[in-house]
Design a protein around this ligand. Structure first.
Ligand code: GDP
Length: 448
């Protein structure tokens, strides 16, 4: 997501950076280009207008034009403006302040990802917040939807309310409330019925359920790939239902990003989570700073480091840090790093979080670097003996030939891998003089 927008904005900023001093005219022209970029990303027009007015006013101020690096100031103003547009710096957490069970009502159109998101949220609350969570499906018209939630519940080991045929949505709601209360659940997630399109019957039913369940959170799940349709849907739901927040799904898709950028300003509702994949753990707390950073190509280093440390077992990371501190990095370490890359969603997953992605992606495509290459590199390393992995210098021509045959690759590829390893080992060596903190960061990135 945001790839095209990122590319355009990077272009705008590159041009003004090259110019040194900025005139009011330069700023105005840059803002015109930012405006076009946002409109092309499918951001709602009124949102774009407000943004440009705000940014232009600040960017043409004396202190910007006369500052040492005016272009940097303009980037910062756009960054701040994006954060504002997305709802401010601090992530808005979920509210569970209620006499248990705290009810979370999930609303949205069919296919928006509502059921999947219910399960993702249940998993998150169970795993990170140590809550006892129950889920219940209120989709009386689609038995398959109920079974889907039940299956997901089994998969993530979260209780679902037993299915009883023939009950109405309100009856199920009452049974779920009672059951969750009696069994001491902290949270009850209600997955309401969806329809292909907005209709009165759907709205009336969700409103009735809400009146009975008195949710502390009513979250609208919307598909970010549907662009302005998602924004319209959110507005329509909000008119009938006091929503407390939004979840945008398919943030992992290659949408233009307009829905995400317009949602907050148009509906006034905070975006609380982003769905970032089909798997049950692919739900991210929405953080405007990260999104703004990604749009401007500052990348998402925070997310990358966090993700790495989440996946890492602390003792392994420490062992790795100790080795790195001594300036050591052998082929076993490289293999561990390849493993880590795979865990983090492969190259595609990692690249989305790195700065200057658009440029790098093109370069990598040219160099034919992809996830299959990671697999081949792993095959090469696993075809080596223990001694070879520890001391790559042992690898003479005949050993390389043997390994190439074992891994089913050309000798050339082994040479490429060795070169890559040498560069990394050199980097590790030079970094090992950078102190323990640097090394820990490095260890988290490389994986243990
Ligand atoms: P519902 O009809 O609104 O309950 O939608 P589902 O939860 O059944 O989701 C519909 C499809 O979208 C399923 O195949 C999900 O795996 C998929 N899906 C849901 N959320 C995401 C997401 O954040 N990213 C991606 N890529 N797929 C998603």
């Amino acid at each position: 997501m945001f790839e095209a927008l990122n590319e355009r904005l990077t272009g705008v900023f590159d041009r003004i950076t090259g110019r040194g001093a900025l005139s009011e005219k330069d700023v105005a022209e840059a803002m015109r280009e930012v405006r076009v970029a946002l409109l092309e990303a499918d951001v709602a027009l009124p949102v774009v207008k407000d943004f440009i007015a705000f940014a232009t006013e600040r960017a043409t101020g004396e202190e910007v034009i006369r500052s040492v690096k005016p272009a940097d100031q303009v980037v910062k103003i756009v960054y701040d403006g994006l954060i504002e547009m997305l709802g401010g710096e601090e992530p808005v957490g979920i509210n569970l302040n209620a006499t248990p069970p705290a009810v979370i009502l999930m609303a949205g159109l069919q296919g928006s990802g509502k059921t999947t998101t219910s399960a993702k949220l249940a998993l998150r609350l169970t795993k990170f917040d140590r809550k006892k969570v129950m889920m219940a499906s209120l989709d009386t018209r689609r038995p398959a939807a109920m079974e889907q939630l039940e299956t997901l519940g089994k998969q993530i080991e979260v209780t679902t309310l037993p299915i009883v045929k023939g009950e109405s949505a309100v009856q199920i709601t009452k049974r779920a409330l009672q059951s969750a209360k009696l069994q001491g659940f902290d949270v009850l997630i209600l997955d309401t019925a969806g329809r292909i399109t907005l209709d009165e019957a759907l709205m009336a039913e969700v409103a009735e359920v809400a009146a009975v369940a008195k949710p502390v959170e009513t979250l609208l799940v919307a598909d970010s790939l549907t662009g302005q349709d998602a924004v319209r849907t959110a507005r329509a739901f909000h008119e009938r239902l006091p929503l407390t927040g939004l979840v945008l799904t398919r943030a992992d898709g290659d949408g233009r990003g307009g829905a995400m950028l317009s949602m907050r300003a148009v509906t006034g509702l905070p975006i609380k989570y982003l769905g970032a994949g089909e798997k049950v753990d692919a739900l991210d707390v929405f953080d405007a700073r990260r999104v703004a950073g990604r749009i401007l190509g500052q990348g998402d280093i925070v997310a990358l480091v966090e993700k790495a440390s989440q996946e890492l077992d602390a003792s392994k990371a420490e062992a790795m840090a100790r080795k790195l501190a001594k300036g050591q990095f052998d082929l076993n370490d490289l293999a561990a790093q390849l493993q880590q890359m795979k865990k983090m969603g492969g190259l595609q997953g990692i690249m989305g979080m790195l700065p200057g992605v658009a440029k790098m992606k093109a370069q990598m495509a040219e160099a034919n670097v992809d996830d299959r290459m990671i697999a081949r590199q792993e095959a090469i390393i696993s075809s080596m003996t223990k001694a070879e992995r520890k001391k790559p210098d042992l690898l003479n021509a005949s050993r390389k030939k043997r390994i190439a045959a074992g891994a089913g690759v050309e000798v050339q590829e082994i040479n490429r891998l060795l070169k890559q390893h040498r560069q990394m080992a050199d980097m590790v060596k030079s970094l090992s003089r950078g102190g323990p903190k640097k090394m820990q960061q490095m260890a988290a990135m490389l994986g243990g």
